[in-house]
Design a protein around this ligand. Structure first.
Ligand code: FMN
Length: 195
């Protein structure tokens, strides 16, 4: 019976962010495609890392408002979806910087215990594989719970996203759909175990 109070939202809440600030970013395009295909049992919100300043440990006890907002949005989410480029065989500074902010101060890590899925698009042949494995290494100390499979690496992204920023490659769209489905199953499984 509804006692007039606000109903709990039963949907799995996913927060997505891209490790690129570029307007025409292929990784942003992947998240835009994910928004179009998120299953009914879940919701997806995208957070833009624009406006997060360089990390300074002197400020970690009084973080900038944009960082506070980021941490609040992470905490409100049941699961995280990251779409990252690969820069110089690793994670872009913008992404690492945002993760560092959200993990601090010590003992106040917003990512603690969160299920997370990764994807990534690059113009190279390996589709961010090296960056994704570096990111997985950080998940160990962050105590995040990464989805192992599917691994969704998107090589040659310039051939898969059109000039309007739409992911047009059907195979890649299908993989992004599978990644979302698997993240939802993984999150539900972990929630059930908590009970
Ligand atoms: C500083 C820098 C380093 C890069 N290093 C790599 C790399 O190691 N591997 C790769 O596949 N692409 C690399 N690229 C090319 C990126 O794949 C390409 O810029 C891509 O568009 C970035 O993702 P975005 O479209 O989401 O911004 C690099 C680009 C920049 C700007």
């Amino acid at each position: 019976m509804n006692g007039g109070g606000k109903e709990m939202d039963p949907k799995i809440k996913i927060l997505g962010f891209a490790g690129s600030l570029r307007k025409q970013s292929y990784n942003r395009a992947i998240l835009a495609a994910a928004l179009e295909m998120v299953p009914d049992v879940a919701s997806l919100e995208i957070f833009d890392l624009e406006g997060i300043p360089p990390f300074n440990q002197d400020l970690e006890l009084q973080p900038p408002d944009r960082v506070k907002e980021f941490k609040t949005r992470i905490r409100a989410a049941d699961a995280i979806l990251i779409a990252t480029p690969e820069y110089n065989y690793s994670i872009p500074g913008v992404l690492k910087n945002a993760i560092d902010w959200a993990s601090r101060p010590y003992g106040d890590n917003a990512f603690d215990g969160k299920p997370v899925a990764i994807t990534g698009a690059s113009v190279g042949m390996l589709g961010t594989a090296r960056a994704q494995y570096d990111l997985r290494r950080s998940f160990v100390f962050l105590n995040m719970l990464p989805l192992n499979r599917p691994e969704v690496m998107v090589p040659l992204a310039q051939d898969k996203v059109d000039s309007n920023g739409r992911l047009t490659d059907e195979k890649t769209r299908k993989k992004i759909g599978e990644l979302l489905e698997s993240l939802i199953v993984w999150t539900e499984k972990l929630k059930g175990k908590k009970g």
